[in-house]
Design a protein around this ligand. Structure first.
Ligand SMILES: Cc1cc2nc3c(=O)[nH]c(=O)nc-3n(C[C@H](O)[C@H](O)[C@H](O)COP(=O)(O)OP(=O)(O)OC[C@H]3O[C@@H](n4cnc5c(N)ncnc54)[C@H](O)[C@@H]3O)c2cc1C
Length: 401
């Protein structure tokens, strides 16, 4: 583990680097822009972070930027939040889900084939959820049938973040329907340019289209693109989902803390700094944000010490989702009627942009993504507190995307 002195030194280095490198005015530049401008900014920021070694601190030693301790990674995330840097939304699945799955479960050939591509800017998406398989992921029905040295894929995925930009997809498909649902799943790496793949972006209420449906019509995937053994997809998927556990919440809670001035600015603009109810609710929000930061911090400290327990991540995630909703709701109240006018979307930011209607709508993301609030409550109740299990046998994955 890193010493405090090392952390302080790294913090100073990252802070100085960010001062010089965060693209000025990126928030305005990303408001109501088309895909090309978004992709260009993400790519430019990704390349800078990769060069500086700050995009891949979680990769193993020997890989560019890799081999950093969890405490160092935390420092980098905290400083990114503090500097209000753009989030690497386009590359998140590649850098975390794909890379960590390959490091943990991939073959040497797969690592050699794909990891350089990720460092060179290849975009990945995650194809797990289906129209009737979200919380109950093991119910997925996309078929992968083995024909000699290939799998033939038929079916559909949904809610796949950034799939319309993706070069590759982490695909979870069913190779066997005869046994328990989890046992018949297989994990495959799909080239999104393969024949028979079609991608349809989903228009969101915000005007943005961050996710897409993916359709597979007799799509061929070579057997060498399988990660793990046939039927072991469920176990490999756990590695994918665990890849960023903790760090994302450290980043998001810190970003919420640094977004507080946007609320205060809005209070001044609306002349309600002296409104006793608003002041009370702001005070309560500040306390909850502090608590969310402390919970995320405590969780990571437990992970560093190898003392993580079932349900710990759910507590942080649930509290963050609840506090985020409070943040956006208070913004709407402070902003008054005017703030209920939806003035457009901002790409590559977190959910506290100060465009309150947008933030309010986006705050629902976090009560669904990564496992819905209800699923987190089930995990806490049943697996952490030992309460009776619910009657239905839902298959639940912690830390869903
Ligand atoms: C921002 C965002 C990004 C995403 N990105 C991806 C991605 O890149 N790749 C991908 O594969 N998926 C992605 N998803 C999908 C996400 O994993 C699913 O939306 C999530 O798992 C919920 O599944 P569902 O939408 O099918 O809802 P359902 O599972 O149908 O749930 C509907 C409602 O029923 C409740 N419910 C379900 N089961 C239970 C239960 N057992 N007990 C109590 N209540 C229950 C839920 O809480 C919810 O309120 C993303 C989702 C969001 C919001």
């Amino acid at each position: 583990m890193n010493t405090g002195d090392n952390c302080d030194q790294l913090r100073q280095e990252v802070r100085t680097w960010l001062l010089e490198n965060v693209p000025a005015g990126w928030r305005d530049a990303m408001t109501n822009v088309g895909q090309d401008a978004f992709v260009a900014l993400q790519r430019m920021w990704f390349e800078k972070l990769v060069r500086a070694g700050y995009a891949t601190p979680h990769w193993p030693e020997g890989w560019h930027g890799g081999g950093r301790s969890l405490s160092d990674q935390k420092v980098i995330f905290e400083e990114l939040a503090r500097a209000d840097a753009p989030r690497l939304i386009l590359y998140f699945v590649a850098l975390y889900h794909a890379a960590c799955t390959l490091f943990e479960c991939g073959t040497a050939q797969q690592r050699e084939k794909y990891l350089e591509g990720i460092l060179n800017g290849q975009v990945w998406c995650q194809g797990f959820s289906e129209p009737n398989a979200g919380s109950d992921l093991a119910a997925l029905r996309t078929r992968a049938e083995r024909h000699g040295d290939r799998y033939i894929i038929n079916g559909q995925k949904i809610w796949s973040t950034m799939a319309q930009y993706a070069d590759y997809c982490l695909l979870l498909a069913r190779t066997d329907s005869s046994g328990p649902p989890q046992a018949g799943l297989t994990y495959l790496l799909l080239d999104m340019r393969s024949k028979g793949v079609s991608v349809r972006p989903i228009s969101q209420i915000t005007g943005d289209d961050e996710f897409a449906e993916i359709f597979f019509d007799d799509v061929e995937i070579p057997v060498e693109n399988r990660v793990g053994a046939e039927g072991d997809g469920w176990a490999v998927a756990q590695a994918t989902l665990a890849s960023e556990r903790g760090l994302t919440l450290v980043e998001l809670t810190q970003r919420m803390r640094y977004a507080l001035p946007r609320l205060v600015r809005s209070m001044r603009e609306q002349g309600c700094e002296d409104d006793a109810v608003i002041r009370r609710d702001l005070g309560s929000l500040v306390v909850n944000i502090d608590a969310a930061c402390a919970l995320a911090d405590q969780y990571l400290t437990k992970r560093i010490a190898g003392a993580e327990q079932v349900g710990d991540a759910s507590v942080v995630k649930l509290f963050y989702a609840k506090t985020l909703r409070e943040f956006a709701s208070l913004g709407m109240r402070i902003g008054g009627l005017e703030s209920q006018y939806h003035s457009g979307f901002m790409r590559g930011a977190t959910q506290e942009t100060g465009h309150w209607m947008l933030d309010f709508m986006n705050s629902y993301n976090w009560s669904i993504a990564g496992g819905s609030n209800e699923i987190q409550r089930n995990i806490i109740a049943e697996r952490m507190l030992g309460m009776p299990r619910e009657p239905k046998s839902w298959q639940v994955v912690e830390g869903r995307p």
